[in-house]
Ligand binder design. Structure first.
Ligand code: PNS
Length: 162
């Protein structure tokens, strides 16, 4: 069985992430989207909320599951029985960090490879952090998130501002 994990913060999941999930899931039997439970990054959404939004946003893909994870991505990949780690590459600025992660992970587990998907041009600029910033200052985020994720993001930001 071909299994891949797609780890990330997904705070929240964007249309760019969904695009990578759609393309990667077409190549494997199962794609496991792993949401890093990383309090150090002070996420807007807790891991369970992020997982729930991913499940809703990928409900049309029958071979995709979303789960939270702690610790190292490579341990998560091993536990999941994955042969591949999926990551999206936007611009050259992503490359150095992604290369370092992929090479480190390969030393830790030579049996697991990282596969990069170059993002669609229309999502090349997109990041969860930018979307949150635009939303925080009242900008229109319709082009970046699904309607459900947009509503939750706006509601969460409102709740935080109280
Ligand atoms: O969506 P992000 O924030 O770009 O995802 C980064 C993530 C979660 C993939 C990366 O920070 C990660 O793998 N963290 C888990 C800890 C780990 O494995 N660190 C060593 C990487 S070589």
């Amino acid at each position: 069985m071909k299994i891949a994990v797609y780890p990330g913060s997904f705070d929240p999941i964007t249309l760019g992430h969904i695009n990578v999930i759609e393309r990667a899931s077409a190549m494997v039997d199962q794609l496991i989207v792993g949401v890093l439970n990383n309090q150090a990054k002070s996420p807007l959404f807790n891991a369970e909320e992020r997982v729930e939004m991913i499940r809703e946003a990928t409900a049309h893909l029958t071979n995709v599951v979303a789960v939270p994870f702690d610790g190292l991505t490579i341990d998560f990949a091993r536990r999941s029985g994955a042969q591949w780690i999926i990551r999206g590459l936007r611009a050259v600025t992503d490359f150095e960090y992604e290369l370092q992660m992929a090479q480190t992970n390969r030393v830790l587990a030579p049996e697991i490879d990282t596969i990069f998907f170059t993002t669609e041009l229309k999502y090349a600029y997109l990041s969860s952090s930018t979307v949150k910033e635009v939303a925080r200052f009242g900008g229109d985020i319709d082009s970046f998130l699904t309607p459900v994720v947009k509503e939750r993001t706006l509601a969460k930001l409102k709740e935080r501002q109280k």
